[in-house]
Write a protein that binds this ligand. Structure first.
Ligand code: PMP
Length: 383
């Protein structure tokens, strides 16, 4: 039985060209990038080259806008707490959408302990942030508003430019978590009006253990991790050189190949959606067209997502249910509740995320397995 991996939003296989690039770096580089001797300078060069490649992926003003971290969770913590703490004497409110990743929501909740107020803005049934409600929530006391670029669980791409304009009218900073979007759809921080952007290495086929924060020139933030002053004093700790090198190379490849790859994936995604929606009482979750090229997500009445996942695994097909990052909890996904699903509806979700390794021949195999799985589980269902 051939394995078909459709859980790319949880983890992506490292691109072989990236592995090869890292292997080459490993050959000669072992120095500490903060050391002034030649071994240190060699290591520093690798990091600085990666910084340029990441900056180019999102059209940052220059490479100095990029701060490397250990991943998206740390980056979200740094962006939100860093801006809120730096400005806490002047402004005392923060805002996010209802469908942010838990690392955004928990960073904002943490600020409550420091006398900062946190409000969330709802999304519609397709997962799009309600701009009018956002306008009503914002005032000049809001220091940072965080809305993700796209949601990997329902696939929806947010109207980021409109959101940034709304945020800026009230004088606050706009942060966007682009973990699910970067490297898959074009992002231009300057055109989009983004002040801070979260990026993740593995989500664009780089190695785990690296992430980055884009900070628009002129914006000052307070560091969260203190120490030797690496990364311009914003993120201390000796840099994870090889993961950062891989993230840079992954960004370069993504920038070059994104358009072609998106076309290929959209075709497969839409075939998946058409095929699965032919199953009785199945529904697409998220926006029908404003969606990530690699993402197809559904819900089914009367069955549990966990059972779908385990049954599909018996066909050799790996999928996700609910949130890719915290699917071990049995709580219904906060994103699915936020788009208006009832608890019992949110429990029957299935998330398929395609990647570079998938091909069109796999689609009918997957659709058939989903149909058989849903029919089998429904026969067994007491609901
Ligand atoms: N933000 C988003 C939108 C995510 O989907 C994830 C999980 N991949 C994260 C942040 C956190 O990523 P990590 O667990 O790699 O830090």
């Amino acid at each position: 039985m051939k394995n078909i991996y459709l859980d790319n939003a949880s983890a992506r296989p490292v691109e072989p060209r990236v592995s090869e690039f890292i292997r080459e770096c490993l050959k000669d580089t072992f120095g500490n990038p903060s050391s002034l001797h030649s071994a240190g300078l060699e290591a520093k060069k690798i990091i600085e080259e990666a910084r340029v490649k990441v900056a180019e992926l999102i059209n940052a003003e220059n490479e100095n806008c990029i701060i490397f971290t250990s991943g998206a969770t740390e980056t979200n913590n740094l962006a939100i707490k860093g801006v809120a703490f730096r400005n806490k004497e002047k402004k005392k409110r923060v805002v996010s959408s209802d469908i942010e990743h838990i690392s955004v929501l928990n960073s904002m909740k943490e600020l409550l302990k420091n006398g900062i107020e946190f409000n969330t803005v709802p999304v519609n049934s397709e997962g799009i942030v309600d701009i009018e409600k956002l306008s009503n929530i914002l005032n000049s006391d809001v220091v940072i508003t965080s809305v993700m670029y796209a949601n990997s669980e329902i696939g929806t791409i947010e109207p980021v430019k409109e959101i940034s304009e709304t945020v800026h009218k009230m004088g606050g900073y706009f942060h966007s978590d682009a973990t699910a979007a970067a490297g898959h759809i074009p992002i231009d921080v300057q055109k989009d009006g983004i002040d801070l952007l979260t990026l993740s290495s593995n989500d664009m086929y780089g190695p785990q253990g690296a992430g980055a924060l884009y900070i628009k020139p002129g914006i000052k933030i307070q560091p969260v991790i203190l120490g030797g002053g690496q990364e311009k004093g914003i993120r201390s700790g000796t840099e994870n050189i090889l993961a950062i090198a891989g993230m840079g190379e992954a960004s370069k490849i993504a920038k070059k190949e994104m358009d072609e790859e998106a076309k290929r994936l959209i075709k497969m995604r839409d075939e998946l959606i058409d095929g699965v929606l032919k199953i009785e009482n199945s529904y697409l979750t998220g926006h029908p067209t404003r969606r990530l090229p690699y993402q197809a997500s559904f819900r089914f009445n009367r069955i549990e997502g966990e059972s779908i996942l385990l049954n599909m695994d018996m066909y050799g097909i790996q999928i996700a249910t609910g949130s890719a990052c915290s699917s071990k909890t049995l709580e219904p996904s906060h994103t699915l509740l936020a788009i208006g699903l009832k608890h019992e509806e949110a429990h029957g979700s299935m998330v398929l995320t395609l990647g570079r390794a998938n091909n069109t021949e796999e689609i009918p195999v997957v659709v058939k397995a989903v149909r058989e799985t849903v029919e089998r589980l429904r026969k067994l269902s007491p609901l």
